[in-house]
Design a protein around this ligand. Structure first.
Ligand code: NAP
Length: 285
């Protein structure tokens, strides 16, 4: 069994981005600038935005975080997004989800200029992705593709089973694996006899948010297991009081898999670097 190490690969890609930013700076070219909108004070959202800000600084990007009170109206938030759309200093914009219930997330996502939509959630980017045309790809599946490519895994002709059909992971992941010439099966909560699919899969991508769901009995020998799940579970032995658990039961899957991503240290760091790659692409576009 070999590990698909997101820490190592993302470090390698980060160094490349850093180098490219340094070259742009030396040549007097524009430095990528990512803006993030954060509404309210949800702890997890603040942590995610903080990490994105830190990542930007590390590679030499400019970053701006616009913080708004949870009481902001939808119309006010739309006006803020439009201001950024029209600000030529800013190349990429992300709106951290979830938003307060009185704000329609779809409407906000669709207000972001698709040319600054580095999260790849705008319908224009989704359409371009399904057609296999240049676009901003959603960070998590894009990061997974980069990980697979780094290890030079030939996916052509493989049967890939994706568990989960969310707009941010499962659906785009399936489209991207199709682009990689896989035969793709998408499983979800209504799938009957899910194990009959996973047992026949060369690649299983678990993105459902149920810790330890995929176990060794559900995969075939030599399968590639990509674990997207990150669920916080209470763990008194950790200083933070919790541990991050993936959707795959690592111990049992690792005894059969040819390749596996650990949690943490697999898909998570690849998601972070993918956002930086999209932002770099935004300034070059
Ligand atoms: P989501 O929006 O909650 O979607 C979960 C998907 O899993 C849904 O399509 C659901 O099916 C399916 N599902 C739920 N229970 C199932 C079951 N028992 N059997 C088969 N399918 C089932 O979640 P998400 O945003 O895609 O995220 C999935 C996981 O990945 C979460 O743990 C999340 O924290 C993690 N994540 C990690 C990263 C990272 O950077 N590592 C990034 C994004 C997300 P239905 O559509 O039928 O309801």
């Amino acid at each position: 069994m070999q590990i698909l190490d997101g820490n190592i690969v993302s470090k390698h890609l980060r160094a490349q981005v850093q180098e490219e930013v340094a070259q742009r700076k030396a040549a007097g070219k524009k430095i990528p600038h990512l803006a993030a909108i954060l509404v309210g004070n949800d702890g997890a959202s603040m942590t995610y935005v903080g990490a994105k800000e830190k990542d930007c600084h590390e590679v030499g990007f400019h970053s701006t975080v616009l913080r708004f009170d949870a009481s902001i109206t939808e119309a006010e938030l739309i006006a803020e997004v439009e201001k950024i759309n029209n600000n030529s200093e800013i190349d990429g914009l992300i709106v951290q989800l979830p938003l307060p219930k009185h704000i329609n997330e779809k409407r906000i996502t669709e207000t972001i200029s698709w040319e600054k939509d580095v999260d790849g959630f705008h319908p224009m980017n989704v359409g371009l992705m399904f057609k296999g045309l240049p676009c901003f790809l959603p960070a998590t599946p894009f990061g997974i593709i980069k990980l697979i490519e780094h290890y030079q895994i030939e996916t052509s002709g493989m049967h890939c089973v994706v568990i989960g059909r969310s707009d941010i992971v499962g659906k785009p992941m399936s489209a991207m694996m199709l682009q990689k010439n896989c035969t793709v099966t998408i499983c979800h909560s209504k799938t009957k006899d899910l194990t009959s699919f996973t047992r026949n899969a060369d690649i299983v991508i678990a993105a459902l948010g149920i810790p330890g769901f995929l176990n060794g009995d559900m995969i075939k020998d030599g399968a590639i297991v990509i674990d997207v799940g990150i669920t916080r579970v209470a763990d008194a032995t950790k200083k933070s009081g919790f541990a991050l658990k993936g959707d795959a039961d690592y111990e049992s899957c690792a005894t059969k898999a040819a390749w596996i991503t650990p949690v943490p240290g697999g898909v998570g760091p690849m998601t972070r670097i993918a956002l930086l790659l999209n932002t770099l692409h935004a300034v070059k576009a």
